[in-house]
Design a protein around this ligand. Structure first.
Ligand SMILES: CC(C)(COP(=O)(O)OP(=O)(O)OC[C@H]1O[C@@H](n2cnc3c(N)ncnc32)[C@H](O)[C@@H]1OP(=O)(O)O)[C@@H](O)C(=O)NCCC(=O)NCCS
Length: 252
């Protein structure tokens, strides 16, 4: 049995034989449903490291703990699937700037990944020896888009957003937000990367692109990925790379 892009069917949370093969140049983006039943979440927590279990317990809301547990169990299961390792044997570290990565020497292939979560969805981007960044956001109509754009976005993005029709502005804001986060996360610098030091496209009729930025990231391809209704997502990868293929987890 092989995982097909966005596959649906009988559930299989852990069978490594179902994982797709990652070739050099491939970009796989996994959509992870976080709203799993409690007994499943409990079972998945066995896959976390002690540090992750401690972190999960620190969430004030039970939902935060459950979502964190599923997202990190999925990360370990998916990464372990590519590397033929048990989820709990996937050893992770954090590089300066905060970006998680595989510990040196783990796995037979130079796999890189990046995780994002929002609402009841996480996305995990996986690539072969290329920097990658992903961001997913639940579209929240209450967001103070104009305030955020005026304070943090680049001047060109502010003008492009103001030129967008009222009915398109919320979608344009989340397109820009996820594309900017994907850039920062591919770069690995977090917000220290400076949101106004680069500019992305946001208009409804323009493809995802970095319009202005620092080298080499200004040349890296940006892609919108389809997270499903009520969410927006984007990812960025170090070239050369294929366009993303999207998979669902749990694999069905
Ligand atoms: C990491 C960061 C870049 C993104 O955080 P975020 O959008 O809140 O959260 P996401 O779910 O997309 O990403 C979090 C995950 O990214 C990964 N991550 C953490 N630091 C990272 C870094 N420096 N680079 C890349 N990935 C990072 C981790 O896996 C983390 O998951 P975990 O906390 O469960 O371990 C962070 O710097 C941040 O605080 N961003 C603020 C968001 C914001 O205000 N954006 C303005 C809109 S343009």
């Amino acid at each position: 049995m092989t995982a097909r892009p966005s596959d649906h069917g009988s559930e299989n949370l852990s069978d490594r034989s179902v994982f797709p093969t990652l070739s050099p140049g491939a970009l796989h983006v996994w959509r992870v449903r976080l709203d799993l039943p409690s007994d499943e979440v409990q079972r998945l927590s066995d896959r976390l490291s002690n540090d992750e279990r401690c972190r999960a317990k620190r969430f004030v809301r039970n939902e935060g703990c459950r979502h964190y547990t599923v997202a990190h169990a999925a990360l370990r299961t998916i990464v372990g699937g590519y590397l033929n390792l048990e989820p709990s044997h996937v050893s992770l570290t954090v590089r300066p700037g905060g970006k998680p990565e595989l510990s040196p020497g783990v796995g037979a292939i130079p796999l890189r990944f990046n995780l994002s979560h929002s609402g009841e969805l996480a996305m995990l981007a996986v690539a072969w020896d290329r920097e990658v960044g992903v961001d997913v956001e639940r579209v929240r109509p209450t967001v103070e888009a104009e305030n955020i754009i005026r304070r943090f976005f680049a001047p060109g993005e502010q003008s492009a957003w103001l030129a967008t029709s009222d009915s398109q502005r919320l979608a344009a804001f989340f397109r820009a937000w996820t594309r900017k986060e994907a850039y920062l996360k591919a770069r690995g610098a977090g917000l220290a990367g400076g949101l106004d030091r680069f500019e992305v496209s946001l208009e409804p009729d323009r493809p995802a692109r970095v319009l202005r930025g620092e080298e080499p990231w200004a040349q890296w391809p940006l892609y919108d990925v389809s997270p499903g209704d009520g969410y927006t997502a984007a990812c960025m990868i170090e070239p050369p790379s294929d366009a993303p293929t999207v998979y669902d987890w749990p694999i069905r």
